[in-house]
Ligand binder design. Sequence first.
Ligand code: 5AD
Ligand code: SF4
Length: 470
Amino acid sequence: MTKLEIKQELEDIQKVAKINEGKNLKYSILTMGCQQNENDSEKLSGIIENMGYTKTENLSESDLIIFNTCCVRENAEDRLFGKLGEVKKYKEEKGTIIAIGGCMMQEKHIVEKLKESYPFFDIVFGTHTLHKFPTDLLKVLNNTKRIEDILDIDGEIIEGLPIKRNDTIKASVTIMNGCNNFCSYCIVPYVRGRERSRQPKDILEEIKGLAKEGYKEITLLGQNVNSYLRVEREKNIPLEEYEGVNSFSTLLRAINKIEGIERIRFISPHPKDFTNDVIEAIRDCNKVCKLIHLPLQSGSSNILKVMNRKYTKEQYLSLVEKMKATIPNVTFSTDIIVGFPGETEEDFAETLDVVRKVNFEQVYMFIYSRRVGTPGDKMENQIPEEVKHKRFNELKELVEGQISVRNKQYVGSNQFVLIEGKSKTNSQMLTGRTDSNKVVVLEGPEDLIGKMVNLRIISEHMWYLKGKVV
Ligand code: 5AD
Ligand code: SF4
Protein backbone atom coordinates (compact mmCIF):
# COMPACT_ATOMS: atom_id res chain seq x y z
CA MET A 1 0.00 0.00 0.00
CA THR A 2 2.74 2.40 -0.81
CA LYS A 3 1.59 5.86 -1.78
CA LEU A 4 3.05 7.62 -4.75
CA GLU A 5 4.41 11.13 -4.42
CA ILE A 6 2.63 13.30 -6.93
CA LYS A 7 4.68 16.48 -6.47
CA GLN A 8 5.76 16.48 -10.12
CA GLU A 9 2.17 16.08 -11.33
CA LEU A 10 0.91 18.94 -9.16
CA GLU A 11 3.72 21.14 -10.49
CA ASP A 12 2.86 20.20 -14.07
CA ILE A 13 -0.79 21.14 -13.45
CA GLN A 14 0.46 24.65 -12.60
CA LYS A 15 2.73 24.76 -15.68
CA VAL A 16 -0.12 23.83 -18.04
CA ALA A 17 -2.42 26.31 -16.27
CA LYS A 18 0.15 29.03 -16.97
CA ILE A 19 0.37 28.14 -20.68
CA ASN A 20 -3.45 28.15 -20.89
CA GLU A 21 -3.97 31.38 -18.96
CA GLY A 22 -6.49 33.78 -20.52
CA LYS A 23 -7.30 31.44 -23.41
CA ASN A 24 -10.80 30.41 -22.27
CA LEU A 25 -10.27 26.79 -23.25
CA LYS A 26 -12.89 24.05 -23.09
CA TYR A 27 -12.80 20.29 -22.60
CA SER A 28 -15.19 17.40 -22.87
CA ILE A 29 -14.90 13.97 -21.39
CA LEU A 30 -16.66 10.87 -22.66
CA THR A 31 -16.89 8.13 -20.09
CA MET A 32 -17.71 4.58 -21.00
CA GLY A 33 -18.23 1.72 -18.60
CA CYS A 34 -18.63 1.27 -14.88
CA GLN A 35 -18.82 3.54 -11.85
CA GLN A 36 -15.10 3.11 -11.27
CA ASN A 37 -14.55 4.75 -14.63
CA GLU A 38 -17.04 7.50 -13.74
CA ASN A 39 -15.00 8.11 -10.60
CA ASP A 40 -11.75 8.15 -12.59
CA SER A 41 -13.35 10.70 -14.92
CA GLU A 42 -14.20 12.89 -11.94
CA LYS A 43 -10.51 12.80 -11.01
CA LEU A 44 -9.50 13.63 -14.59
CA SER A 45 -12.01 16.50 -14.57
CA GLY A 46 -10.49 17.81 -11.33
CA ILE A 47 -7.02 17.76 -12.89
CA ILE A 48 -8.15 19.30 -16.16
CA GLU A 49 -10.19 22.11 -14.58
CA ASN A 50 -7.16 23.00 -12.47
CA MET A 51 -5.23 23.34 -15.74
CA GLY A 52 -7.56 26.07 -16.98
CA TYR A 53 -10.19 24.23 -19.01
CA THR A 54 -13.94 24.51 -18.47
CA LYS A 55 -16.33 21.68 -19.23
CA THR A 56 -18.60 21.54 -22.26
CA GLU A 57 -20.89 18.84 -23.60
CA ASN A 58 -20.31 20.16 -27.11
CA LEU A 59 -17.47 18.29 -28.83
CA SER A 60 -17.17 20.83 -31.64
CA GLU A 61 -16.22 23.66 -29.25
CA SER A 62 -13.76 21.54 -27.24
CA ASP A 63 -10.03 22.22 -27.26
CA LEU A 64 -9.40 18.95 -25.45
CA ILE A 65 -11.44 15.75 -25.78
CA ILE A 66 -10.80 12.84 -23.43
CA PHE A 67 -12.15 9.34 -23.87
CA ASN A 68 -12.22 7.24 -20.74
CA THR A 69 -12.69 3.76 -22.13
CA CYS A 70 -14.03 0.42 -20.93
CA CYS A 71 -13.27 -3.04 -22.29
CA VAL A 72 -15.50 -5.37 -20.28
CA ARG A 73 -17.67 -6.09 -23.33
CA GLU A 74 -17.17 -5.63 -27.04
CA ASN A 75 -19.88 -2.99 -27.58
CA ALA A 76 -17.74 -0.42 -25.70
CA GLU A 77 -15.03 -0.85 -28.34
CA ASP A 78 -17.51 -0.23 -31.16
CA ARG A 79 -18.63 2.94 -29.40
CA LEU A 80 -15.09 4.27 -29.04
CA PHE A 81 -14.18 3.68 -32.67
CA GLY A 82 -17.45 5.25 -33.82
CA LYS A 83 -16.84 8.38 -31.72
CA LEU A 84 -13.20 8.65 -32.83
CA GLY A 85 -14.40 8.73 -36.43
CA GLU A 86 -16.64 11.63 -35.42
CA VAL A 87 -14.00 13.75 -33.65
CA LYS A 88 -11.39 13.40 -36.40
CA LYS A 89 -12.84 16.44 -38.17
CA TYR A 90 -12.34 18.62 -35.07
CA LYS A 91 -8.69 17.59 -34.91
CA GLU A 92 -8.31 18.53 -38.59
CA GLU A 93 -10.30 21.79 -38.39
CA LYS A 94 -9.00 23.31 -35.15
CA GLY A 95 -6.29 21.05 -33.77
CA THR A 96 -8.37 19.72 -30.85
CA ILE A 97 -6.19 17.64 -28.54
CA ILE A 98 -7.47 14.05 -28.42
CA ALA A 99 -6.60 11.89 -25.40
CA ILE A 100 -7.71 8.30 -24.94
CA GLY A 101 -7.38 6.59 -21.58
CA GLY A 102 -8.80 3.88 -19.37
CA CYS A 103 -9.10 0.11 -19.44
CA MET A 104 -9.10 -0.44 -23.18
CA MET A 105 -5.70 1.23 -23.49
CA GLN A 106 -4.17 -1.56 -21.38
CA GLU A 107 -4.86 -3.91 -24.30
CA LYS A 108 -1.96 -3.95 -26.74
CA HIS A 109 -4.02 -4.98 -29.78
CA ILE A 110 -6.31 -1.99 -29.26
CA VAL A 111 -3.45 0.53 -29.08
CA GLU A 112 -2.04 -1.05 -32.25
CA LYS A 113 -5.42 -0.64 -33.96
CA LEU A 114 -5.57 3.00 -32.86
CA LYS A 115 -2.14 3.71 -34.32
CA GLU A 116 -3.10 2.04 -37.55
CA SER A 117 -6.62 3.35 -38.11
CA TYR A 118 -6.94 6.46 -35.89
CA PRO A 119 -3.38 7.85 -35.81
CA PHE A 120 -4.56 11.41 -35.11
CA PHE A 121 -4.75 10.95 -31.33
CA ASP A 122 -2.31 12.92 -29.12
CA ILE A 123 -2.20 10.94 -25.88
CA VAL A 124 -3.03 7.41 -24.85
CA PHE A 125 -2.84 6.61 -21.17
CA GLY A 126 -3.73 3.51 -19.18
CA THR A 127 -5.40 2.73 -15.88
CA HIS A 128 -2.15 3.03 -13.92
CA THR A 129 -1.07 6.39 -15.34
CA LEU A 130 -4.17 8.58 -15.01
CA HIS A 131 -2.41 10.85 -12.49
CA LYS A 132 0.32 11.58 -15.04
CA PHE A 133 -2.10 13.23 -17.43
CA PRO A 134 -0.78 16.78 -16.64
CA THR A 135 2.78 15.68 -17.50
CA ASP A 136 1.61 14.02 -20.72
CA LEU A 137 -0.43 17.07 -21.72
CA LEU A 138 2.46 19.41 -20.95
CA LYS A 139 4.68 17.39 -23.31
CA VAL A 140 2.06 17.61 -26.06
CA LEU A 141 1.65 21.38 -25.58
CA ASN A 142 5.43 21.88 -25.65
CA ASN A 143 6.36 19.81 -28.68
CA THR A 144 3.10 18.35 -30.09
CA LYS A 145 4.57 14.85 -30.18
CA ARG A 146 2.24 11.90 -29.69
CA ILE A 147 2.46 10.41 -26.18
CA GLU A 148 1.92 6.80 -25.15
CA ASP A 149 1.88 6.45 -21.40
CA ILE A 150 0.83 2.96 -20.43
CA LEU A 151 2.24 0.86 -17.60
CA ASP A 152 1.96 -2.92 -17.53
CA ILE A 153 2.86 -3.20 -13.88
CA ASP A 154 0.33 -2.36 -11.20
CA GLY A 155 -0.01 1.30 -10.42
CA GLU A 156 0.39 2.53 -6.90
CA ILE A 157 -2.27 4.13 -4.77
CA ILE A 158 -2.49 7.82 -5.56
CA GLU A 159 -3.71 10.32 -2.99
CA GLY A 160 -4.05 14.08 -3.17
CA LEU A 161 -5.30 14.61 -6.72
CA PRO A 162 -7.99 17.23 -7.26
CA ILE A 163 -11.46 15.94 -8.08
CA LYS A 164 -14.50 17.53 -9.72
CA ARG A 165 -17.60 15.58 -8.80
CA ASN A 166 -20.66 15.28 -11.03
CA ASP A 167 -23.19 15.29 -8.22
CA THR A 168 -23.76 17.21 -4.99
CA ILE A 169 -25.76 14.60 -3.04
CA LYS A 170 -24.19 11.29 -3.99
CA ALA A 171 -20.46 10.64 -4.18
CA SER A 172 -18.43 7.57 -5.02
CA VAL A 173 -15.21 6.76 -3.23
CA THR A 174 -12.75 4.21 -4.57
CA ILE A 175 -11.48 2.07 -1.69
CA MET A 176 -9.50 -0.53 -3.60
CA ASN A 177 -8.25 -1.20 -7.09
CA GLY A 178 -7.71 -4.32 -9.12
CA CYS A 179 -8.88 -7.89 -8.94
CA ASN A 180 -7.17 -11.20 -8.10
CA ASN A 181 -10.00 -13.53 -9.03
CA PHE A 182 -9.49 -14.15 -12.74
CA CYS A 183 -13.02 -15.22 -13.60
CA SER A 184 -12.45 -16.88 -16.95
CA TYR A 185 -14.69 -14.50 -18.96
CA CYS A 186 -13.32 -11.29 -17.48
CA ILE A 187 -10.67 -8.90 -18.76
CA VAL A 188 -10.60 -6.74 -15.61
CA PRO A 189 -7.69 -8.46 -13.81
CA TYR A 190 -5.55 -7.93 -16.91
CA VAL A 191 -6.30 -4.23 -17.31
CA ARG A 192 -6.72 -3.11 -13.69
CA GLY A 193 -3.96 -5.25 -12.18
CA ARG A 194 -3.77 -6.88 -8.77
CA GLU A 195 -5.81 -5.92 -5.73
CA ARG A 196 -4.51 -3.03 -3.65
CA SER A 197 -6.39 -1.10 -1.01
CA ARG A 198 -6.30 2.49 0.12
CA GLN A 199 -5.33 3.29 3.70
CA PRO A 200 -8.30 3.50 6.11
CA LYS A 201 -7.29 7.01 7.17
CA ASP A 202 -7.31 8.36 3.59
CA ILE A 203 -10.76 6.87 2.93
CA LEU A 204 -12.32 8.07 6.18
CA GLU A 205 -10.90 11.57 5.80
CA GLU A 206 -12.23 11.78 2.26
CA ILE A 207 -15.70 10.73 3.41
CA LYS A 208 -15.66 13.12 6.38
CA GLY A 209 -14.77 15.88 3.93
CA LEU A 210 -17.67 14.87 1.68
CA ALA A 211 -20.05 14.90 4.66
CA LYS A 212 -18.90 18.45 5.47
CA GLU A 213 -19.58 19.48 1.87
CA GLY A 214 -23.14 18.20 2.25
CA TYR A 215 -22.95 14.82 0.51
CA LYS A 216 -25.51 12.36 1.85
CA GLU A 217 -24.84 9.10 0.05
CA ILE A 218 -21.51 7.36 -0.39
CA THR A 219 -20.90 4.49 -2.77
CA LEU A 220 -17.73 2.59 -1.99
CA LEU A 221 -16.08 1.35 -5.16
CA GLY A 222 -13.73 -1.47 -5.98
CA GLN A 223 -13.53 -4.22 -8.58
CA ASN A 224 -13.79 -6.52 -5.60
CA VAL A 225 -14.97 -4.12 -3.01
CA ASN A 226 -15.61 -6.50 -0.12
CA SER A 227 -12.12 -7.95 -0.28
CA TYR A 228 -10.86 -4.57 0.94
CA LEU A 229 -7.54 -5.08 2.81
CA ARG A 230 -7.71 -8.86 2.32
CA VAL A 231 -4.45 -9.13 0.37
CA GLU A 232 -2.71 -6.80 2.80
CA ARG A 233 -3.85 -8.93 5.74
CA GLU A 234 -2.88 -12.20 4.05
CA LYS A 235 0.56 -10.93 3.15
CA ASN A 236 1.09 -9.28 6.52
CA ILE A 237 1.69 -5.94 4.89
CA PRO A 238 1.93 -3.38 7.71
CA LEU A 239 -1.34 -1.57 8.04
CA GLU A 240 -1.94 1.83 9.50
CA GLU A 241 -5.10 1.01 11.43
CA TYR A 242 -7.34 4.02 11.89
CA GLU A 243 -10.51 4.21 13.96
CA GLY A 244 -10.37 0.42 14.28
CA VAL A 245 -10.52 -0.21 10.53
CA ASN A 246 -8.66 -3.32 9.40
CA SER A 247 -11.23 -5.00 7.09
CA PHE A 248 -14.27 -4.27 4.95
CA SER A 249 -16.71 -4.82 7.83
CA THR A 250 -14.84 -2.48 10.18
CA LEU A 251 -14.72 0.09 7.39
CA LEU A 252 -18.52 -0.06 7.03
CA ARG A 253 -18.87 0.38 10.79
CA ALA A 254 -16.53 3.39 10.85
CA ILE A 255 -18.28 5.12 7.94
CA ASN A 256 -21.64 4.45 9.59
CA LYS A 257 -20.54 6.75 12.43
CA ILE A 258 -19.77 9.72 10.19
CA GLU A 259 -22.23 12.49 10.90
CA GLY A 260 -24.08 13.86 7.89
CA ILE A 261 -23.78 10.72 5.77
CA GLU A 262 -27.20 9.11 5.47
CA ARG A 263 -26.58 6.21 3.13
CA ILE A 264 -23.76 3.84 2.29
CA ARG A 265 -23.71 1.57 -0.75
CA PHE A 266 -20.89 -0.51 -2.21
CA ILE A 267 -20.12 -2.14 -5.56
CA SER A 268 -19.03 -4.58 -6.78
CA PRO A 269 -18.66 -7.33 -4.23
CA HIS A 270 -17.85 -11.00 -4.76
CA PRO A 271 -20.07 -13.61 -3.05
CA LYS A 272 -17.01 -15.41 -1.66
CA ASP A 273 -16.02 -12.34 0.39
CA PHE A 274 -19.35 -11.99 2.21
CA THR A 275 -17.93 -13.35 5.44
CA ASN A 276 -20.09 -13.33 8.58
CA ASP A 277 -18.49 -10.15 9.89
CA VAL A 278 -19.54 -8.34 6.67
CA ILE A 279 -23.11 -9.66 6.86
CA GLU A 280 -23.35 -8.61 10.50
CA ALA A 281 -21.97 -5.16 9.76
CA ILE A 282 -24.64 -4.67 7.06
CA ARG A 283 -27.29 -5.72 9.58
CA ASP A 284 -25.95 -3.47 12.35
CA CYS A 285 -25.18 -0.31 10.37
CA ASN A 286 -28.38 1.68 9.92
CA LYS A 287 -26.90 3.73 7.06
CA VAL A 288 -25.79 0.75 4.97
CA CYS A 289 -28.49 0.11 2.37
CA LYS A 290 -30.06 -3.32 2.56
CA LEU A 291 -29.93 -3.82 -1.19
CA ILE A 292 -27.01 -6.16 -1.70
CA HIS A 293 -25.44 -6.62 -5.09
CA LEU A 294 -24.59 -10.30 -5.32
CA PRO A 295 -23.23 -11.11 -8.79
CA LEU A 296 -24.45 -14.57 -9.76
CA GLN A 297 -23.06 -14.76 -13.34
CA SER A 298 -24.60 -18.22 -13.84
CA GLY A 299 -26.93 -20.49 -11.89
CA SER A 300 -25.24 -23.67 -13.11
CA SER A 301 -22.58 -25.15 -10.84
CA ASN A 302 -20.85 -26.64 -13.90
CA ILE A 303 -20.60 -23.26 -15.62
CA LEU A 304 -19.62 -21.52 -12.37
CA LYS A 305 -16.71 -23.94 -12.08
CA VAL A 306 -15.49 -23.19 -15.61
CA MET A 307 -16.03 -19.48 -14.92
CA ASN A 308 -13.74 -19.89 -11.87
CA ARG A 309 -16.31 -18.24 -9.62
CA LYS A 310 -15.39 -20.32 -6.53
CA TYR A 311 -18.99 -21.11 -5.48
CA THR A 312 -21.73 -23.53 -6.54
CA LYS A 313 -25.40 -22.83 -7.15
CA GLU A 314 -26.20 -24.33 -3.72
CA GLN A 315 -23.57 -22.21 -1.95
CA TYR A 316 -24.92 -19.08 -3.62
CA LEU A 317 -28.49 -19.90 -2.59
CA SER A 318 -27.48 -20.69 0.98
CA LEU A 319 -25.62 -17.36 1.18
CA VAL A 320 -28.83 -15.65 0.08
CA GLU A 321 -30.76 -17.56 2.76
CA LYS A 322 -28.21 -16.64 5.42
CA MET A 323 -28.46 -12.97 4.48
CA LYS A 324 -32.27 -13.09 4.46
CA ALA A 325 -32.21 -14.67 7.92
CA THR A 326 -29.70 -12.16 9.31
CA ILE A 327 -30.60 -8.83 7.67
CA PRO A 328 -34.20 -7.63 7.99
CA ASN A 329 -35.66 -6.21 4.73
CA VAL A 330 -32.68 -7.32 2.65
CA THR A 331 -33.09 -7.20 -1.15
CA PHE A 332 -30.74 -8.35 -3.89
CA SER A 333 -29.48 -7.25 -7.24
CA THR A 334 -27.21 -9.26 -9.49
CA ASP A 335 -25.19 -9.60 -12.70
CA ILE A 336 -25.85 -12.50 -15.05
CA ILE A 337 -24.01 -13.56 -18.19
CA VAL A 338 -25.86 -15.69 -20.73
CA GLY A 339 -24.15 -17.75 -23.39
CA PHE A 340 -20.84 -18.48 -21.70
CA PRO A 341 -18.94 -21.18 -23.67
CA GLY A 342 -20.41 -24.62 -23.13
CA GLU A 343 -23.66 -23.35 -21.57
CA THR A 344 -26.31 -26.00 -22.30
CA GLU A 345 -30.09 -25.56 -22.12
CA GLU A 346 -29.93 -27.35 -18.75
CA ASP A 347 -27.27 -24.91 -17.48
CA PHE A 348 -29.38 -21.98 -18.59
CA ALA A 349 -32.44 -23.49 -16.88
CA GLU A 350 -30.41 -23.49 -13.64
CA THR A 351 -29.83 -19.76 -14.06
CA LEU A 352 -33.57 -19.19 -14.52
CA ASP A 353 -34.18 -21.33 -11.44
CA VAL A 354 -31.95 -19.14 -9.26
CA VAL A 355 -33.62 -16.00 -10.63
CA ARG A 356 -37.04 -17.42 -9.74
CA LYS A 357 -35.90 -18.40 -6.27
CA VAL A 358 -34.05 -15.23 -5.25
CA ASN A 359 -36.52 -12.82 -6.86
CA PHE A 360 -33.96 -10.07 -7.45
CA GLU A 361 -34.78 -6.40 -7.15
CA GLN A 362 -32.65 -5.69 -10.20
CA VAL A 363 -30.77 -7.89 -12.68
CA TYR A 364 -28.00 -6.58 -14.92
CA MET A 365 -28.04 -8.98 -17.85
CA PHE A 366 -25.17 -9.46 -20.26
CA ILE A 367 -24.61 -11.51 -23.37
CA TYR A 368 -21.24 -13.23 -23.15
CA SER A 369 -18.63 -11.29 -25.07
CA ARG A 370 -15.28 -12.86 -26.02
CA ARG A 371 -12.38 -10.92 -24.59
CA VAL A 372 -8.90 -11.38 -26.08
CA GLY A 373 -6.47 -12.79 -23.52
CA THR A 374 -9.06 -14.40 -21.24
CA PRO A 375 -9.43 -18.22 -20.88
CA GLY A 376 -13.06 -17.96 -22.06
CA ASP A 377 -11.96 -16.63 -25.43
CA LYS A 378 -9.84 -19.75 -26.04
CA MET A 379 -12.65 -22.19 -25.27
CA GLU A 380 -13.84 -24.07 -28.32
CA ASN A 381 -17.48 -24.54 -27.37
CA GLN A 382 -18.61 -20.95 -28.01
CA ILE A 383 -22.37 -20.46 -28.17
CA PRO A 384 -23.91 -19.25 -31.45
CA GLU A 385 -25.12 -15.63 -31.38
CA GLU A 386 -28.75 -16.51 -32.03
CA VAL A 387 -28.80 -18.94 -29.09
CA LYS A 388 -27.27 -16.29 -26.81
CA HIS A 389 -29.91 -13.77 -27.88
CA LYS A 390 -32.74 -16.23 -27.44
CA ARG A 391 -31.59 -17.01 -23.89
CA PHE A 392 -31.07 -13.34 -23.12
CA ASN A 393 -34.65 -12.56 -24.17
CA GLU A 394 -36.00 -15.44 -22.13
CA LEU A 395 -34.15 -14.22 -19.04
CA LYS A 396 -35.27 -10.64 -19.67
CA GLU A 397 -38.89 -11.72 -19.87
CA LEU A 398 -38.64 -13.58 -16.56
CA VAL A 399 -36.90 -10.65 -14.85
CA GLU A 400 -39.34 -8.05 -16.16
CA GLY A 401 -42.27 -10.18 -15.01
CA GLN A 402 -40.76 -10.38 -11.52
CA ILE A 403 -40.02 -6.67 -11.42
CA SER A 404 -43.56 -5.73 -12.38
CA VAL A 405 -44.93 -7.94 -9.57
CA ARG A 406 -42.48 -6.37 -7.10
CA ASN A 407 -43.42 -2.89 -8.27
CA LYS A 408 -47.07 -3.57 -7.50
CA GLN A 409 -46.09 -4.67 -4.00
CA TYR A 410 -44.50 -1.26 -3.42
CA VAL A 411 -47.79 0.55 -4.01
CA GLY A 412 -49.34 1.59 -0.71
CA SER A 413 -46.09 1.14 1.22
CA ASN A 414 -44.07 3.88 2.89
CA GLN A 415 -40.46 4.27 1.79
CA PHE A 416 -37.60 6.45 2.91
CA VAL A 417 -36.33 8.15 -0.21
CA LEU A 418 -33.21 10.25 -0.57
CA ILE A 419 -34.25 13.11 -2.85
CA GLU A 420 -31.50 13.54 -5.43
CA GLY A 421 -32.70 16.41 -7.58
CA LYS A 422 -35.14 17.46 -10.25
CA SER A 423 -36.40 14.77 -12.60
CA LYS A 424 -34.46 14.86 -15.88
CA THR A 425 -37.55 14.18 -17.95
CA ASN A 426 -39.93 16.55 -16.10
CA SER A 427 -38.44 19.53 -14.29
CA GLN A 428 -41.68 20.00 -12.32
CA MET A 429 -40.99 16.73 -10.52
CA LEU A 430 -38.33 15.63 -8.04
CA THR A 431 -36.58 12.29 -8.13
CA GLY A 432 -34.94 10.08 -5.55
CA ARG A 433 -34.26 6.48 -4.65
CA THR A 434 -35.43 3.98 -2.08
CA ASP A 435 -33.02 1.95 0.03
CA SER A 436 -33.52 -0.77 -2.60
CA ASN A 437 -32.36 1.67 -5.31
CA LYS A 438 -35.78 2.06 -6.95
CA VAL A 439 -36.28 5.40 -8.65
CA VAL A 440 -39.21 7.35 -7.18
CA VAL A 441 -40.61 10.56 -8.67
CA LEU A 442 -42.75 12.98 -6.69
CA GLU A 443 -44.12 16.48 -6.60
CA GLY A 444 -42.56 18.62 -3.94
CA PRO A 445 -40.63 21.79 -3.11
CA GLU A 446 -37.01 22.01 -4.22
CA ASP A 447 -35.78 22.30 -0.65
CA LEU A 448 -36.44 18.57 -0.27
CA ILE A 449 -33.37 17.95 -2.44
CA GLY A 450 -30.69 16.25 -0.34
CA LYS A 451 -33.16 15.18 2.34
CA MET A 452 -34.40 11.76 3.38
CA VAL A 453 -38.15 11.91 3.01
CA ASN A 454 -40.84 9.44 4.02
CA LEU A 455 -43.01 8.82 0.96
CA ARG A 456 -46.17 6.87 0.31
CA ILE A 457 -45.87 5.00 -3.00
CA ILE A 458 -48.99 5.82 -5.01
CA SER A 459 -48.37 4.17 -8.38
CA GLU A 460 -45.90 2.00 -10.23
CA HIS A 461 -44.36 2.01 -13.67
CA MET A 462 -41.79 -0.39 -15.15
CA TRP A 463 -38.69 1.66 -14.32
CA TYR A 464 -39.93 3.99 -11.57
CA LEU A 465 -42.47 4.45 -8.81
CA LYS A 466 -44.52 7.54 -8.00
CA GLY A 467 -44.59 8.77 -4.43
CA LYS A 468 -46.28 11.36 -2.24
CA VAL A 469 -44.90 13.03 0.85
CA VAL A 470 -46.64 11.68 3.97
N1 5AD B 1 -19.04 -10.80 -21.34
C1 5AD B 1 -20.22 -10.42 -20.83
N2 5AD B 1 -20.35 -9.87 -19.61
C2 5AD B 1 -19.23 -9.70 -18.89
N3 5AD B 1 -19.05 -9.19 -17.66
C3 5AD B 1 -17.73 -9.23 -17.39
N4 5AD B 1 -17.06 -9.75 -18.41
C4 5AD B 1 -17.97 -10.06 -19.36
C5 5AD B 1 -17.89 -10.64 -20.64
N5 5AD B 1 -16.74 -11.03 -21.17
C6 5AD B 1 -20.15 -8.75 -16.80
C7 5AD B 1 -20.18 -9.55 -15.50
C8 5AD B 1 -19.70 -8.54 -14.50
C9 5AD B 1 -20.20 -7.25 -15.10
C10 5AD B 1 -19.55 -6.03 -14.59
O1 5AD B 1 -19.96 -7.39 -16.47
O2 5AD B 1 -21.52 -9.89 -15.23
O3 5AD B 1 -20.19 -8.77 -13.20
FE1 SF4 C 1 -13.95 -9.69 -13.32
FE2 SF4 C 1 -14.44 -11.74 -11.64
FE3 SF4 C 1 -12.68 -9.79 -10.96
FE4 SF4 C 1 -15.30 -9.21 -11.06
S1 SF4 C 1 -14.33 -10.69 -9.67
S2 SF4 C 1 -13.63 -7.97 -11.92
S3 SF4 C 1 -15.99 -10.50 -12.76
S4 SF4 C 1 -12.45 -11.26 -12.63
